[in-house]
Design a binder for this molecule. Structure first.
Ligand code: NAP
Length: 305
């Protein structure tokens, strides 16, 4: 029986493992992929983590895992398939076995939202991508389109502009949601063309992507752009299926939890992108890991009384 099982190895999960080990709690962290970092692994450059002016996402993710392991955290690469957390003993199943703990810290992160337009599924991996850091190199000297208006879309456009001949940045509104610093850089980059108030309505091609249809939401004008690649950066979907029917979720599927990460279920804490929160960043995910452990410690002490 563990004191704490942590599900997920992004910044929230790794931070929770670090704090749990320092609190001398018997801790198991279960990760899906054999590498810590979660979505950070797909981030080219991180410039807003305090104390580290510039880090590669991959290196930062590795550092999180090294730190947790150096403190003695037990990390197993086993995908969680089922969670039963309504009773006092939390049960977590993987393909290899079942684990039990007094506390569950759920930090499973999020996956990419789809554009949901014709051609997206057909050309996935043949020009349609959700990760500029992973796939950008395939489009050297080619033309690509990035869809979205958040930090991911802006930084993906900048990453791609370094190697691509031209990058269209297509956003459905007239203003970006991403940071002003990134917006300024995008605007200053000559080979990025910004197309606002517009949505992609279809992706077409033969063996690979050849063109996209783009519709202006205000005028309804339709134009066709010749592109070799489409990078969808339209947000994230929390991976909270495993808690459905147990912890309260909001209408978008995020686990309802406040700053202390407490969920509607005793002894269950939600940390990082899976939780209802105003700002999803590496630093806020890491903060959640710490807060979740602090709340878990209070819970464990109350159970002894
Ligand atoms: P996001 O902030 O949710 O932005 C998603 C963007 O996609 C929005 O601009 C949204 O438009 C647009 N969108 C959503 N659905 C769409 C659809 N069906 N068709 C067209 N456009 C659609 O997501 P994100 O950029 O992936 O960022 C997620 C979180 O990670 C954010 O909190 C972000 O700050 C953080 N992040 C941080 C860093 C960093 O710290 N360096 C890097 C990347 C991301 P609207 O604006 O109209 O809603």
């Amino acid at each position: 029986m563990y004191d704490v099982i942590i599900v997920g190895s992004g910044p929230a999960g790794m931070s929770a493992a670090i704090y749990a080990k320092r609190a001398c709690l018997k801790t198991l962290l279960l990760e899906k992929q054999p590498m810590g970092g979660g979505q950070v692994l797909n981030t080219q450059e991180v410039e807003n983590y305090p104390g580290i002016p510039l880090a590669g996402g991959f290196e930062l993710g590795q550092k999180f895992e090294e730190h947790a392991k150096a403190l003695g955290a037990e990390v197993k690469t086993e995908e969680v398939t089922e969670i039963n957390c309504l009773e006092a003993v939390k049960k977590v199943k993987t393909a290899k076995g079942e684990y039990e703990a007094k506390v569950l810290i759920y930090a499973a992160g999020a996956s990419h939202r789809k554009l949901s337009v014709p051609g997206e599924e057909e050309f996935a991996g043949r020009g349609v991508s959700y990760c500029a850091t992973c796939d950008g190199a395939f489009f050297r000297n080619k033309t690509t389109a990035v869809i979205g208006g958040g930090d991911t879309a802006l930084s993906d456009a900048l990453v791609l502009a370094k190697g691509c001949k031209k990058v269209f940045l297509i956003h459905r509104r007239d203003a970006f949601r991403g940071s002003k610093t990134l917006q300024n850089r995008v605007e200053e980059t000559e080979n990025i063309e910004i197309i606002l108030d517009s949505v992609v309505t279809e992706i077409r091609g033969e063996a690979a992507v050849r063109e996209i249809s783009v519709s202006c939401v205000k005028t309804k004008d339709e134009r066709i752009l010749s592109v070799d690649g489409v990078f969808a950066a339209v947000g994230i979907l929390p991976y909270t299926k495993l808690l459905e029917g147990q912890a309260d979720l909001d209408e978008q599927g995020y686990v309802v939890a406040g700053e202390d990460c407490r969920t509607s279920v005793d002894g269950v804490y939600a940390a990082g992108d899976v939780r209802t929160k105003p700002l999803r960043q590496i630093v806020t995910a890491a903060a959640d890991g710490a807060n979740a452990v602090a709340a878990a410690e209070r819970y464990l002490t109350s159970q002894k009384d």
